[in-house]
Design a protein around this ligand. Structure first.
Ligand SMILES: NC(=O)c1ccc[n+]([C@@H]2O[C@H](COP(=O)([O-])OP(=O)(O)OC[C@H]3O[C@@H](n4cnc5c(N)ncnc54)[C@H](O)[C@@H]3O)[C@@H](O)[C@H]2O)c1
Length: 253
C-alpha cells in the first residue's frame, strides 16, 4: 500500500533541495502534486523529471498574498482541497541584526514566515470548508533552537514558524488537521552551498558545520524528505504540534 495513495500534496519550494526531494518521494508514494516555486526553470525541470504525478506547477512568490490566493484557487479548481502541505520555500541573507537593513529583514521574513502563514491559511480553510482532515508540515531549522551567528532574520523567522505550527495544531486539532514543524540540520542543498560561499573561508565554514553534527556529516535532502513523508502520512496520526528533528544530532550535542 502506497503511503500517500490518492493524496493531494502541495509543496512550496518544490523546485530544489528538500522540497524537490520530497516531491520525488511523495510521488513515488502515490501523491498527486502541486509544486510551487519562484524559479520557473526549476519547476519545469521537476515536472520533466517526476512526470505525471506533478499535476500543477505554480510559479510565484510565497510571500505575496495575491499570488498565493490565486495559486490556491487554481489547485482547488483543478485538483481539490490539498490533504498535505509541505512549506519548504526558504532563503537567507546572512546578516547580523546589527547590519540588517529593513528591506532584507522584510524579504527574509516574507518568504520564511509569511509565506508559511499564507499557504497554511489557504489550505486549512480549504480543508475545513469541506470537513476533511489534513497534514501541514512547516520546514523550520535547527538554528531556531540552537541560534547561530550572522543570520538573524532567517533564524527569527524559523523560530516563529515553530510557534506557528504549535498554534495551528491547537486551533485545528478538532478539525482533524495536524500541523508539525520539521527541523533539519545542515543539509547539502543549493541553499547551504550558497551560505558557505558567503563565508570569508567557505571550506572552513563547511568543516565547522559538519563538526556540529553528532553524526559527523551533512544531511542529504532525502533524509529530511523521508521525515516529511512520515508526518504527511497516516502513520503520524497522533503527531501534532511537534518538532521532528532530522538534524544528525546537532541539537543533541
Ligand atoms: N539546507 C539546509 O541546510 C537547511 C537547514 C535548515 C532548514 N532548511 C530549510 O529547508 C527549506 C528548503 O531549503 P533547501 O536547503 O532545500 O533550499 P533550496 O534553495 O535548495 O530550495 C529552496 C527553494 O525555495 C524556493 N524559494 C525561495 N524563496 C521563495 C519564494 N519567496 N517563493 C517561492 N519559492 C521560493 C527557491 O527557488 C528554491 O527552489 C527552507 O525552508 C530552508 O530554510 C534548510
Amino acid at each position: 500500500m502506497l503511503r500517500l495513495a490518492d493524496k493531494i500534496a502541495v509543496i512550496t519550494g518544490g523546485g530544489s533541495g528538500i522540497g524537490l526531494s520530497a516531491a520525488r518521494i511523495f510521488a513515488a508514494e502515490g501523491a498527486r502534486l502541486a509544486l510551487v516555486d519562484r524559479d520557473a526553470a526549476a519547476l519545469a525541470a521537476a515536472k520533466a523529471e517526476i512526470g505525471a504525478a506533478v499535476h500543477l506547477t505554480l510559479c510565484g512568490d510565497v510571500g505575496d498574498e495575491a499570488v498565493v490566493k490565486s495559486h490556491a484557487a487554481e489547485i482547488a479548481t483543478t485538483m481539490g482541497p490539498p490533504d498535505v502541505l509541505l512549506c519548504a520555500a526558504g532563503w537567507s541573507t546572512g546578516h547580523r541584526a546589527a547590519d540588517c537593513d529593513l528591506a532584507s529583514w522584510n524579504a527574509v521574513i516574507a518568504t520564511n514566515l509569511t509565506g508559511t502563514f499564507l499557504w497554511a491559511r489557504e489550505v486549512v480553510n480549504a480543508l475545513t470548508a469541506v470537513q476533511r482532515p489534513g497534514s501541514l508540515i512547516f520546514v523550520a531549522s535547527q538554528l531556531a533552537f540552537a541560534g547561530s551567528r550572522g543570520n538573524a532574520a532567517y533564524i527569527a523567522a524559523k523560530g516563529a514558524v515553530v510557534s506557528l505550527a504549535k498554534c495551528m495544531a491547537n486551533d485545528h486539532a478538532m478539525d482533524g488537521i495536524r500541523v508539525n514543524a520539521l527541523v533539519p540540520g545542515a543539509i547539502d542543498t543549493p541553499m547551504l552551498r550558497r551560505s558557505f560561499a558567503r563565508a570569508p573561508a567557505p571550506e572552513a565554514a563547511r568543516a565547522r558545520s559538519i563538526s556540529r553534527h553528532t553524526m559527523g556529516r551533512l544531511g542529504q535532502p532525502d533524509e529530511v524528505a523521508r521525515a516529511a513523508l512520515f508526518l504527511a502520512s497516516d502513520e503520524a496520526s497522533f503527531t501534532t504540534g511537534s518538532c521532528l528533528m532530522a538534524d544528525g544530532g546537532w541539537l543533541a550535542g
